[in-house]
Ligand binder design. Sequence first.
Ligand code: SF4
Length: 380
Amino acid sequence: MINDEYGIYIHVPFCVKKCGYCDFYSVSDLDKIPIYIQSVVKEIGMAGNVSETADSIYFGGGTPSLLDSSQIRQVLDAAFRKFDVSPLAEITLEVNPGTVSYEKLSGYRQAGVNRLNIGVQSFSDVTLAFLSRIHSADQAIQAIQSSRSAGFDNIGLDLIFGLPGQKKHHWLSDLQAAVDLHPEHLSCYMLTYETGTPLTSDLKKSRFRALPEGAVGMLYDAAVGYLADNGLPQYEVSNFSTSNATRSRHNQKYWTHAPYIGFGPSAHSFTNNRRSWNVRSIDAYLEQLLAGKTPTDGFEELDRHQLMMETIYLRLRCVDGIDISVFEERFDADFNAMFGSAIIASQNDGFLKIMNGRCRLTRRGLLFSDSVAGRFIDHI
Ligand code: SF4
């Protein structure tokens, strides 16, 4: 279940402006990018030694596509100097369609990036305006086409669903527009109302009504069926890919407790059952590195109980489910003896099945993955 190869994550905390629904850490002071690059390079150089190979590097954000290709190359060079990066490593960069041109994308490809994750969110300009995205649908299509021309053969797109007033035909037209562009990977995220965002504030002021839960569930189910029929079967609650090879290597590290090391403000790391995280603020991050200190803000050692809970939560979200014998060996536990009643109740509800030594959620069960996982957690 656990792949020992490392993932490297670089958090790029800059955005042109904040989207109304987003609560990720980012700032709009782009003048700090050059000093940020120097600091990330320094932080990578200060990392402890890792003898295992890294098979994935992921630039996430924020908006990593605000960096130019020479800045990406500087960070990659630092990672290659410090770690044993596999020549076959998947090197992904998140792209906001409002920040790229063919030349820029070409530069990324030449710098060694071999996978893009493009934040399209919607192919409707009305929806993009509601989400306060900085780009139009045409710009998103242009970015995808330019990425292909620049030599990218592994492209993921992000879409958001569950918008106020969204009907099934609106959502299917977004999905069809995505499928027509032949991405290797698609992530479909449900719109959530995070505390403190402008969108949540507008919702509280009744400026619009959230889509009812039942309607959101119907849209989700429509996506799972439509994408399976169009060559993008689901492999995790929110993720779909053309094949096993085009699943996101980086995200799979999170779902399998594989080791990863994060750099940049608020980046998290997970190694040897220890999770640590960097200071969140860009200014604190820059100050720490300027003073020659590591920017770690905290850590926790996960005990057997926590690891088991996380394994249940994360693995039940994946269509491959839990490999029962691997689970039993890892935790020295009898899976059926521990979870027998949760299994029976979930099977009776049509949420779960046990097949070929794996405990997996059904399509309906994936819609309620958190509550099914909750039934299991009650027995840990
Ligand atoms: S571009 Fe992405 S990270 Fe930046 S504010 Fe918008 S959703 Fe958040």
